[in-house]
Design a protein around this ligand. Structure first.
Ligand SMILES: Cc1cc2nc3c(=O)[nH]c(=O)nc-3n(C[C@H](O)[C@H](O)[C@H](O)COP(=O)(O)O)c2cc1C
Length: 357
């Protein structure tokens, strides 16, 4: 796939997630075969107010590319200026957030509120495309209200305004994260435009990615929550989508190494205190399906040093390596363990989402 002339080497992309997809996460996702990484949303107002020195924290590094820098706002002039800044910082794509349902965002007409105002959404994209050479994309939802699905109309307007691609989370703003993803609506968006369409929502396993592409006719899928603590999904989903056999699940040792790598990168990027707090949110994801997952997450919540978190992870995954898998301990099949894990993940995601998008 290409986003205008930007080659994307895998149709499995990373969804932007506030509090999650910071630089360490993006670099790891790319290493795991993700086709395009995405930042958490950045307020355009904030970005234009920052001094050039302050903005350097957003400067793109080669290991996270190709990458989309996502901005949020509703004023075309400010969004155009913010897009120029993103391009200067090295973004390959500048993406507009048109899906955030949080009250303080939509109250000012940004995020999902743009779905109620297609003319403004188009004006924003048009101003941005005039301001930069890199492709401008948008991430939308199915619509604002459940009974008025404006997604296809908005996508058409955005294409007319110069958008190079559109990603669709197949839920409305009203649904937030509840209910099921409307794949029929994503298919309608695909039929409505000729730019690439990226389908998003509830891709938790490699096979979901293929089903999503088949159901929607989309050009790519975007994975959010399903990638947390499970970055292998990018390569595995890429294989399944290409009709290749699904690679085997990572071993306990590999998962342990990944957990520790994530922790180390976070410590290096933002210091031990912040890194530990972020890892507390990710711990239940990494521990999914492993015997002792709950106790592990609780212990990580109490840990105050990175060394302690490393040690706890060692105990958890080495237990699994000895065969103490939840499937064995609980006497259930791995499929059932995954089903239980999905419920636990959903609870953790709801918690994350209440702070983020
Ligand atoms: C914690 C969290 C933060 C999010 N932050 C953003 C964001 O900054 N920008 C955005 O466009 N979507 C954001 N989203 C929405 C995701 O990109 C995605 O559309 C949604 O989670 C559905 O995909 P999934 O089922 O693969 O997670 C966020 C979602 C979560 C769970």
């Amino acid at each position: 796939m290409r986003i205008r002339d930007l080659p994307i080497d895998s149709p499995v992309l990373l969804a932007p997630m506030a509090g999650v997809t910071n630089r360490p996460f993006r670099v790891m996702a790319r290493r795991h075969g993700c086709g395009l990484t995405a930042t958490e949303m950045l307020s355009a107002d904030f970005l234009v107010r920052q001094s050039p020195g302050e903005r350097e924290v957003h400067r793109v590094v080669p290991e996270e590319r190709p990458m989309a820098l996502q901005i949020m706002g509703q004023d075309p002039a400010v969004m155009a200026e913010a897009a120029r800044i993103c391009e200067e910082l090295g973004a390959d794509v500048v993406d507009v957030n048109m899906g955030c349902p949080v009250k303080k965002v939509v109250a000012r007409g940004a995020g999902a509120a743009l779905l109620r105002d297609p003319a403004r959404a188009a004006a924003v994209v048009e101003a941005m495309t005039r301001a930069v050479r890199v492709p401008v994309t948008a991430k939308i939802r199915a619509g604002w209200e459940d009974d008025r699905l404006s997604g296809p109309e908005v996508a058409r307007r955005l294409e007319g305004a110069g958008a190079a691609a559109v990603a669709v989370h197949g839920r409305t703003r009203e649904q937030q994260y509840r209910g099921s993803v409307n794949t029929g609506l994503i298919a309608e968006v695909k039929r409505a435009v000729s730019i690439p369409v990226v389908a998003n929502g509830d891709v938790q396993r490699p096979a979901d990615a293929r089903r999503m592409l088949e159901a929607t006719g989309a050009d790519a899928v975007m994975i959010g929550r399903g990638a947390i603590g499970n970055l292998w999904i990018f390569r595995a989903a890429g294989a399944v989508v290409a009709g290749l056999p699904e690679p085997s699940r990572p071993t306990a040792e590999e998962r342990l190494a990944e957990f520790r790598d994530h922790l180390d990168r976070l410590v290096a990027a933002e210091g031990e205190w912040t890194a530990i707090r972020r890892m507390r949110k990710f711990a239940p994801y990494y521990a999914t399906g492993v015997a002792g997952a709950r106790a592990f997450s609780a212990a990580v919540n109490r840990a105050e040093t990175a060394e302690e978190v490393r040690r706890l992870a060692g105990a958890l995954f080495r237990g699994e390596a000895r065969g103490e898998r939840a499937a064995d301990v609980l006497g259930v099949t791995p499929g059932e363990v995954l089903a239980v894990a999905a419920v636990e993940k959903a609870a953790a995601a709801a918690d994350l989402a209440s702070r983020g998008e």
